[in-house]
Design a protein around this ligand. Structure first.
Ligand SMILES: [Ca+2]
Ligand SMILES: [Ca+2]
Ligand SMILES: [Ca+2]
Ligand SMILES: [Ca+2]
Length: 188
């Protein structure tokens, strides 16, 4: 009898744990949502993204600014998932992952970037096509021709804050969780 009660208590505990698992812990690295309100403020996002070291990784001349070339190269790397130096159709045609992030509004026709139509986008073809999206200029809010880490972070935040509320809440939060998780877009 005592054994049965123990088993039942154990089962109840497992069921309780399953039903109360917060959605956030399934999709986000622990620690991003510092105040645990189920949403990411700009500050929380900046801290989480900063910990990833992406800005520093792209800033190859370590002057704490991203030039347009550094930014373009960094973005190119997010597409070129096998780091082969060119983009194949699977890479630029991705619907979730790299191309998904940079093409959320689906206004970019990557096929058109492949000027010679050989199914591979080379760095020069990419630079032309990507340049036309004007993303660098959008991120460069003071228009001085380079991105501070603040400008970079604010730009990325804006990509996720699709409804422009200034906070990342569901369903935007799921996109961030997917991209920041293991093998996600920003898992570098
Ligand atoms: Ca929060
Ligand atoms: Ca730099
Ligand atoms: Ca700037
Ligand atoms: Ca939002």
């Amino acid at each position: 009898m005592t054994d049965q009660i123990t088993k039942l208590t154990g089962l109840a505990a497992i069921l309780a744990a399953l039903s109360t698992t917060p959605a956030l812990s399934q999709t986000m690295d622990a620690g991003w949502d510092a105040d645990m309100d189920g949403a990411l403020s700009q500050d929380e996002f900046a801290t989480g993204l900063g910990d990833r070291g992406i800005f520093g990784g792209w800033d190859t001349d370590t002057d704490s600014m991203l030039s347009q070339d550094e930014f373009d190269d960094g973005v190119y790397g997010t597409y070129d998932t096998d780091a082969s130096g060119d983009l194949n159709e699977a890479e630029y045609g991705m619907t979730d992952g790299a191309a998904g992030f940079w093409n959320r509004d689906e206004t970019v026709d990557h096929q058109a970037w492949d000027v010679d139509g050989d199914g591979v986008i080379l760095a020069n073809e990419f630079a032309d096509g990507w340049g036309e999206t004007g993303r660098f200029g959008e991120f460069d809010s003071d228009a001085d021709g380079s991105l501070t880490e603040d400008e970079f972070t604010t730009g990325i935040f804006g990509e996720y804050d699709a409804d422009g509320t200034g906070v990342i809440e569901e369903p935007e939060l799921t996109d961030v969780g997917d991209d920041m998780g293991d093998e996600g877009f920003w898992d570098v």
